[in-house]
Design a protein around this ligand. Structure first.
Ligand SMILES: C[S@@+](CC[C@H](N)C(=O)[O-])C[C@H]1O[C@@H](n2cnc3c(N)ncnc32)[C@H](O)[C@@H]1O
Length: 271
């Protein structure tokens, strides 16, 4: 029989051994688990810890893992966001409107097809629609699952699509290259240098179509891709504004009505 002090010693040794566990291993195991979960799983950390409890892991170890995951989730937000989109696009049950964006459909109705850029194209709902109208479309996104789905959708629709895996930080938007730039629920920060790149990339006469939820908080920490009231008018004021709306309506990427900003604007032709 082991004495009480010996048990305590063993418990202490086990916990010391665990504390020395590699945070990278803890993180990888967590991310691998999360990747395999259905897209409906949102509170990933809580659910993962529940899963560890159910599999009989030592409570102290679970607590320590929880702390490591909490810290790394703050430091590795970008990795988790990409994982969120990869899981979303790999899912058979999309949690967004998989039909082309209605504002875009209206905005291009009377336009002859030309060269279009779909920024943060996702699974290609807008890019494939434009290609089916005869537009020569390039779309980019950092989600490999999204780009894979877009290529597949284009193939199924029998249309050509230049679908690129890229981050906006590295993508070459070009100069006077596009007759249409689509910013549909993009996560592109609405500030320098991206706004300048978008403006420069439009051909004279080219069209910009933007739709997204708005930031009503005005907080410094609000997502930089959400426009504040009237902000689009300031940012894209050098264009000819054809349509601007600030409405409460059903958003393509939300379950409930949201305050949405919509903009359709044209780059002036050269004199
Ligand atoms: C809300 S979704 C919108 C997708 C698509 N435009 C639509 O309307 O369905 C935002 C997209 O931005 C992409 N994204 C976020 N940050 C990115 C980055 N830094 N570089 C490239 N793509 C990014 C995500 O992968 C995701 O597909």
């Amino acid at each position: 029989m082991l004495g009480r002090s010996r048990w305590l010693c063993i418990a202490a040794l086990v916990s010391i051994a665990w504390c020395a566990a590699d945070p990278e291993t803890v993180w990888r195991e967590y991310v691998d688990w999360y990747r395999r979960q259905p897209v409906s799983v949102t509170d990933a950390r809580g659910r993962y810890l529940e899963h560890l409890r159910a599999s009989g892991k030592d409570p102290q170890e679970i607590e320590e893992r929880g702390r490591i995951i909490e810290r790394l989730s703050r430091e590795r937000r970008d990795e988790l966001q990409l994982l969120f989109f990869d899981r979303t696009y790999a899912s058979q049950t999309p949690r967004f409107n998989a039909a082309p964006n209605a504002l875009l459909v209206e905005a291009v109705r009377e336009r002859p097809p030309g060269k279009a850029l779909d920024v943060h194209m996702g699974q290609g709902r807008n890019a494939v629609y434009l290609a089916s109208l005869g537009w020569d479309v390039t779309g980019f996104d950092y989600s490999e699952e999204g780009v894979r789905a877009a290529r597949l959708a284009a193939q199924k629709a029998g249309v050509k699509l230049n679908a690129v895996v890229a981050r906006h930080e590295e993508f070459d938007f070009g100069t006077r290259r596009w007759d249409l730039v689509v910013l549909s629920y993009t996560w592109l920060p609405l500030r320098s240098p991206y706004v300048a790149k978008i403006l420069a990339s439009l051909k004279p006469g080219g069209l910009l179509v933007f739709e997204h939820m708005m930031d009503e908080s005005g907080s410094e920490t609000a997502a930089p891709w959400l426009p504040r009231p009237n902000q689009l008018l300031e940012l894209f004021g050098s264009l000819r504004i054809l349509r601007y709306e600030d409405v409460r309506a059903q958003a393509d990427w939300s379950w409930r009505p949201e305050r949405i900003a919509r903009l359709v604007a044209e780059k002036p032709r050269l004199p």
